[in-house]
Each structure stands twice: as C-alpha cells, then as structure tokens.
Design a binder for this molecule. Structure first.
Ligand code: B3K
Ligand code: ZN
Length: 849
C-alpha cells in the first residue's frame, strides 16, 4: 500500500539510469503463498543522469536478494527498495512471496474462480516482484510457471512444458505493464491465421468448459481484426500464438498483454441467446482494440504514463475505423459523437476536466478516462482530416518505422506528421495540453454573391487552466441550395484565430450551411439557425451526420420548450420530420433507429444547465415520457406496419444489417406499447429467440410497470448464467420508475446473487442506479447515500473500481443547491472514511474542489 499520496508531474520526467536486458521469472503458484523468483540483467545507460538504484515493489515479502550471486540487504521503502549496486552491468536476483488469493483489488497476480491471472497496467507489476515498473524500461521476458493446474500461459511463444510446469519466451522487449500470466482449468476454442508475411499463428480463446458455446463470435472478430490491420495499416502479427483468456473478475474491459490478452468475460463471450447486438458490437470492437494495441501500444509503447493517449487515443481511433468499416461509417460516427457529447464534454465541463495529455496525477489509474481515450481518438481523427488520407498513412508509416521497439511521446508522434507532410502542428499540439471543450459561435452573411461564415472560438476555463489559447480546429462545411442540392461540397476550413471569416464566392442565392460535417472536431457549435433550417437539413442534408444532428437538435429544442412550459402538445413540425424519416426508404434501419431516438434525460439536463437553467431530473423524466406518448399517438397510423417490416426471416446473424433492423424494431415497439397496453411487448418477450429482442421487451415492460412477472420468468431462465444475470440486475434498476429506483436497487443489493466483490455485478446494481438520472438524483438524497454506502464498502476491497464509480458525482455543478449539498455531503463522508484508498481519495478531492 502506498501510505503517502504523491503527485507525479510530467515536467519531472527523468530517463532511467538502469535498463533491463532480460528478465527470467519463475512462479511457484499457491493461493496464499506464491513464490516469485526474478533474475534480471541490468545495465547502466551512460547517457542517463546518475540516479540511485531503486526498484518498485508493493505488498511483497522479500525472502532473498542477490547481486551477481552475492546476498545483499536492500532498504525496503513504502514504494519499493533501494540498494547499493555496481556501476556496470549486473544480475539482480530476488525471491518474494505474495498471496494471490487475498488480492481482491484485482491488480497484480490474483485469483478468479480458482484461476490465477494478472493485471499489470498501469503499475500492477510491482505487486508481483521488485522491478523498475515504468513503461520506458523494456526487457525480454522468459517465464517458468509451476502449478498443478492444467493450463499455464504467459506472454510470447511456448518453449517447453511438462507435468506441473510450462516455460514461455517473449522475444519482443516490453515494459512490465504488458506482462501476463494465467493458470487455470481452462479449455480452448482454437483456430489459426496465416499472416501476410506467411507466419502461421495459432489462435486460442481460453474459457471455462461451460463457456465454450460463447467463443465463435470473438474468434471470428479476432480474425477480421487481424486481416483489417494488415490491409489498412500494413501491420502483421509477430508471434506464433495469440492467446485470449476470459476472466470473470476484472476491473475493466480487457488488457492487451503481449501475446496473451486477458478479457473481462463480458467483453468476449457471446452467443445469440445470451448477448445483444450491442454486446456483439462492443465485443468485436474490444477484441479489435486489444489486438491493434500489438502495434500501437506494445511494439511502440509510451515513454511515461502522461503519454497514455499516444497508445489509447490512436488505438481507439483504429477500432472506430474498424467498426465503421463493418457497420457503416455514418452510424459509427453518430455513436462516437454521442459518447463525446454525453460523456466527454461533461467531463471537460466539470471538476474532473483534464487535458488529453495530463500534466500531473496521483493515481494513474484515475486517468483512463473518456478524455484520454475518446477525445484522444478525436485528435487523431482531426490530424487525419488536416493532412488527408495519404498524409495520414505516410505519417503512420514513419511512426512505425522510426519508433518500433521504443517508448515514445506525443512530440515524437506529431513530428512524424510534420516530417511526412510538411505541416506545422505546433498550434495543433495545444489540443493535447489544453482541457475543456471549445465553443464555436457562428454567424453568417450573404452579400454580392458572397457567403461568409464568421467563426469565433472560445474554450472555457477548467481546473488549473484559467486562460485558454486558440486551437487549430478543422471545420468541415458544405453549402446547399434551397432545393437541397449541394452547391459547395464538403470543404475543410481551418480555424486558427480567435475569430475568423471564411468566404464562398460566386453564389446565386443565400445558401443553407451545413457546419461541422461528420463532427469534424470535438467542439460545441453555438448558432441560432433561422426558422425551418433544421427541418430542412433533417430532410435534405447530404452529410448523414449533419442530417441526424439537425433532427437531434430540433428534438432537443422541442423537448426543452416542453420542459419549460411544463408539458403541452408536441411540435407538429418535428413529428412530420420524424414521419418523413421513418418513411424514407433510402435510410437504413440503423440510421432510422438513431434518428427516432429522443435525446436522453441526461442530454436534456445538460442542455438546460448550458442555457444557465437548473434542471429538475424528475420533471425532465415526466415530460420526456409524455413526449414519447404523444409521438406514439401521432405516428399510430404507421407504427404497426413499420414494425412488421423489420421482421427478419433469415437465421439470426449478429451483423450490421440485422442489428439495424432489430434496433429499429425495438424502438418502434417502445412506442407501440403506449398504444397496445403491452400486448406486442409481451408477445416479443415470450417468443424471442435472441437476447436483443428478449431484453428489449423486458425493459419496455418494466418501464410500463408491467415487467414484474417477466423479470421472474427471465430469472428462472437465466439464473445460471452470470453474464445474463448482470443484465437482469441492471435493467430492473435502469428501467425503474424514478420513485422506485433506489428501493429496487436496495432490494437487489440484498439478493443472494448480488456478489458485490465482482466488478461486473457491482456495476450492474450500483452503477445502474447512477445511470438512472431521475432515480439517482432523488431530491431527498437517498440515491446519493445508497451509492456512497456501497463505495465506502467496496473501497478497501477494490480501490480501482470504487474510484472509477465516484465519477458518478461529476455532474454535481449541474443541479440545484439542495441536491448539490446532498452530493457534497456524501462525497465528504467518503473522503472522511478512515483508511480510504489513494485512488478514491484523489477522485473525491478533485470533485470537492
Ligand atoms: N490498456 C488497458 C487499460 C488498462 C487500465 C488500467 N487501469 C485496456 C485498453 O485500453 O486496451
Ligand atoms: Zn486500449
């Protein structure tokens, strides 16, 4: 345990004096007394500044230490150990004892259902042995595992095995955070892949025997990802085996350990009966993401943890491209923009705001955020727009050629773009350094056949960054005439000044502008469109993203008006627009499903707060529900036929075309339920042969207060399946009426199947309540108290998952003074808990400042 929280600063970076040539580890596995023997060949880097020899280590019992075979007595500190060493290459040997069965934090070596597994990123390797646990120290690892368990895995290629032991060797130098070990009673779903360089790779997905029927989709997704990375980035796999292991107890989605990816079972196991289309898409994306890390993260890693976005932003961007290729780029862009607007913009606007490359941290695990990941990916996308596709791939080729085998920085990355394209990116670099979401205020004018757009940019201050400088922002613009024809196709204008004017000459009439096409930059556009413009764009915009966005912003304004007026009739123009969308045969069902979805309750609260008003979550919930009722009644004549038209007669496939139809069908079913008293939803629940339709029907019935019996049937059907049970817990809370959500969560937290030490199950109950806005933000503070109670209980067991969920309080500035005070009181209660972890303490203190 770290006893004093220390802030680490980017500006303090110092190159390591002691480099690792090779590491040989032996594990003698035992639940309460595992012995780890390490033999590490160190050499001094003559170019690095002199520093005392220090190895990180936490919760280790040192049995024995030697240098070049001679016993030494290092000084043990809270962070590790120091020792006098010769100023020349030497061999360090140490034996330590650890207790994986007692490791509930799920970081380092731990146990899950009788199997051993590891999670080392970011700083978990120091809980396994004493080591320079920093990403710029890369070594070649050999591993021997001794255990009676049948399957013994580590990184790299298998070398030899016998009864009770196995040896592995990873030829690629790597930082310790990519180390992994698994030992368990597992079976493999196996396949193979031949790379473009002719290497035959054995592929294995290791699971517990009852899960073998949930492996085929993940394996197929892996092969699609391997092919795509060869075709699009020219990157092939570089070992003889690629192993994936599914683990039930895992703090996040998955981990890209070299040659041995470890996955939360919810992020890899799937089949038609137990998984929704959303699960399939998420699994495909995560498998691709971890696989893509093999180049962007593993072959080229990060110099230090401040550079986290170097691997995460780029790898998210790559997995977004991959999903877009499989599921349609327009639909994917909308999904990604929703994540940015609903989650990242909120982080950027609240007390947890930080730059994509943070400048300081206490606990790096608290910075695996939507800002580092998703905004980090947006920065890659902007670079690509600025330099074009050819420039982008030239820059990436430079990056892979120059930095292979290195631990790199954002400076290295940007230099590759400059060298490949000649573009000066010094102003663009501010995106990495400056937190907050830029707001573009746009006005326009038409005179003498010239249309001008005046764009002003402003980034609000964020914690620690009161003053912001102008950013280099790519804004994609198109102009339409009044018949909907495109008179200026998508054009990229580059905003670099605080205010800039862009002109388009030789136009016959004032055009209709379509601004920020494809969501070309992660910014907020502030513009009051003339009456009718959004309805026009909803019907005519040739850019699918902006077409959707026009409908979305229209819907938001319609709902905001209703909220302010405390109800009333739904705007007829909006209803007509939606009707046209639903009847438009040129739109895909997936796109129609996105367009028919109303802005979420959180969306509406955010919009009100942005307008300087104080949202009332219960009121928003009521008005939005009434809007849905009105929409259903207004579209009553077309809903049944439309829904019937989405029927799929072909056998189930988790592909984009079928998923789009099911998404639209379920959206329509939600509306139909206002009209048929749940008959169609009940029928769908009873007859569904796939989880997408079964759980959607259950959710709808629960929303209408008719789901109790169905929830029981569902439990009887699925209580043996832990992944489906996570859904069962979560949906009852997510769909609960505002007045009952806390009570339902309280009841479910007493359920015999609520295993709160399992992060997935904890998130399914406690996390689900934080996602039910009207339920969590009850004015009496019961939601806050319930969540705080559980966070206080979980913290000593699993600080990482606790700290992550504390961010549910991030929205506090949005609410009225009573709710704010109640939220602060609960945060203070967490803060004052004796023995609180450093992880949670950092989050709470950032929220309370
Ligand atoms: N790199 C891991 C995340 C590790 C999180 C450590 N707290 C998964 C990923 O982004 O691929
Ligand atoms: Zn990642």
């Amino acid at each position: 345990m770290k006893d004093t929280a220390q802030t680490v600063h980017l500006s303090d970076y110092m190159a390591p004096r002691w480099l690792v040539e090779s590491v040989a580890l032996t594990f003698r596995l035992s639940p309460d007394a595992t012995r780890v023997l390490a033999r590490i060949a160190f050499r001094p880097d003559p170019d690095a500044p002199q520093q005392p020899f220090m190895l990180h280590g936490e919760d280790l019992e040192l049995i024995d230490a030697r240098i070049d075979g001679v016993a030494v007595s290092p000084t043990i500190t809270a962070q590790g150990l120091t020792c006098d060493v010769p100023d020349r290459p030497f061999v360090w040997e140490a034996e330590v004892e650890i207790a994986p069965a007692q490791n509930t934090a799920l970081e380092g070596l731990y146990m899950s259902n009788g199997m051993y597994c590891t999670q080392c990123e970011a700083e978990g390797f120091r809980k396994i042995t004493y080591y320079p646990d920093r990403p710029d120290v890369m070594g070649v690892f050999s591993v021997r595992i001794e255990s009676d368990l049948p399957v013994l895995l580590s990184n790299g290629n298998p070398v030899a095995q016998g009864a009770g032991w196995a040896e592995w060797h990873d030829p690629w130098p790597k930082p310790a955070y990519l180390f992994a070990l698994v030992a368990g009673d597992l079976v493999a779903h196996s396949d193979s892949f031949t790379t473009m360089d002719g290497r035959d790779v054995a592929l294995n997905l290791w699971v517990r025997a009852p899960d073998l029927d949930k492996c085929a989709f993940g394996m197929a997704a892996l092969k699609r990802a391997m092919t795509w990375d060869e075709q699009v980035y020219g990157r092939a796999y570089d070992l003889d085996v690629f192993n994936i292991v599914a683990v039930d107890d895992f703090n996040m989605g998955a981990m890209e350990n070299k040659g041995l990816n470890i996955f939360n079972s919810s992020a890899v196991l799937a089949n038609q009966a137990t998984s929704t289309d959303t699960d399939f898409q998420r699994i495909e994306a995560i498998i691709a993401h971890e696989y893509f890390h093999n180049w962007t993260g593993n072959r080229i890693t990060c110099r230090d943890w401040f550079q986290l976005c170097l691997k995460e932003g780029l790898t998210v961007f790559r997995d977004q491209q991959f999903t877009g290729y499989l599921h349609g780029h327009a639909v994917k862009r909308i999904e990604d923009a929703l994540v940015m607007r609903n989650r990242q913009f909120q982080e950027d606007a609240g007390p947890l705001a930080h730059p994509v490359r943070p400048e300081s941290f206490v606990e790096i695990n608290n910075f695996y955020t939507v800002t580092v990941y998703e905004k980090g990916a947006e920065l890659v996308g902007m670079l690509k727009r600025l330099v074009g596709d050819v420039g982008y791939h030239a820059a990436l080729d430079h990056y892979f050629d120059r930095h292979d085998g290195q631990a790199a920085t954002i400076e290295d990355w940007l230099t590759c773009f400059t060298d490949a394209t000649g573009r000066d990116l010094s102003q663009f670099k501010r995106w990495y350094e400056q937190a907050g979401t830029p707001r573009l205020t746009v006005s326009d004018d038409f005179k003498n056949a010239t249309y001008s757009l005046v764009i002003r940019q402003e980034t609000p201050s964020t914690p620690g960054q009161p003053d912001k400088r102008p950013l280099h922002i790519p804004v994609a613009v198109g102009l339409l005439d009044h018949s909907g024809a495109e008179i200026v196709p998508t054009t990229l204008v580059e905003l670099t000044e605080a205010t800039q004017t862009f002109t388009f000459n030789g136009l016959d009439a004032r055009p209709v502008p379509s601004i920020l096409r494809g969501f070309s930059a992660p910014v907020i556009v502030d513009r009051t469109p003339p009456d009718g413009e959004r309805a026009f764009l909803l019907t005519h915009d040739t850019d699918p993203f902006n077409r959707w966005d026009a409908g979305r912003s229209l819907a938001r304004d319609v709902l905001l008006d209703l909220i302010r007026a405390d109800g009333g009739p739904l705007d007829a123009g909006y209803v007509d627009g939606l009707r046209a969308v639903l009847l438009d045969r040129d739109l895909s069902p997936a796109m129609q499903a996105l367009m028919v979805a109303l802005p979420s309750e959180a969306d509406l609260a955010i919009a009100l707060a942005e307008a300087g008003e104080t949202p009332d979550p219960q009121h928003i919930h009521r008005v939005r529900r009434d809007a849905l009722r009105q929409l259903a009644q207004a579209l009553a004549d077309i809903l049944p036929d439309l829904q019937a038209a989405q029927r799929i007669d072909a056998p189930f496939a988790p592909d984009a075309a079928q998923a789009g139809k099911r998404a639209l069908s379920n959206a329509l079913l939600g509306l139909l339920t206002w009209l048929d008293d749940g008959t169609a939803a009940k029928a769908q629940f009873d007859t569904a042969d796939n989880m997408t339709q079964q759980i959607a029907a259950l959710g709808i019935l629960l929303t209408f207060g008719q789901g109790e019996a169905a929830a029981e049937v569902f439990y009887d059907q699925w209580h043996h399946d832990r992944l489906v049970m996570n859904k069962w817990f979560a949906i009852q809370i997510a769909a609960a009426d505002r007045a009952q959500a806390v009570e339902i969560a309280t009841r479910l937290a007493r359920h015999a199947d609520f295993d709160w030490k399992n992060p997935n199950r904890f998130r399914s109950v406690i996390g689900a309540l934080t996602g039910n806005q009207a339920g969590f933000h009850r004015p009496n503070g019961a939601g806050y108290a319930f969540v705080a109670d559980w966070l206080i209980r979980l913290d000593p067991v699993n600080p990482q998952t606790t700290a992550r969920m504390v961010s549910a309080f991030d929205s506090l500035q949005r609410w009225d003074s009573v709710r704010q005070a109640a939220m602060r009181a609960q945060l203070a209660r967490i803060r004052d808990t004796p023995g609180l972890s450093g992880d949670t303490a950092e989050m709470v203190s950032r929220l309370l400042t």
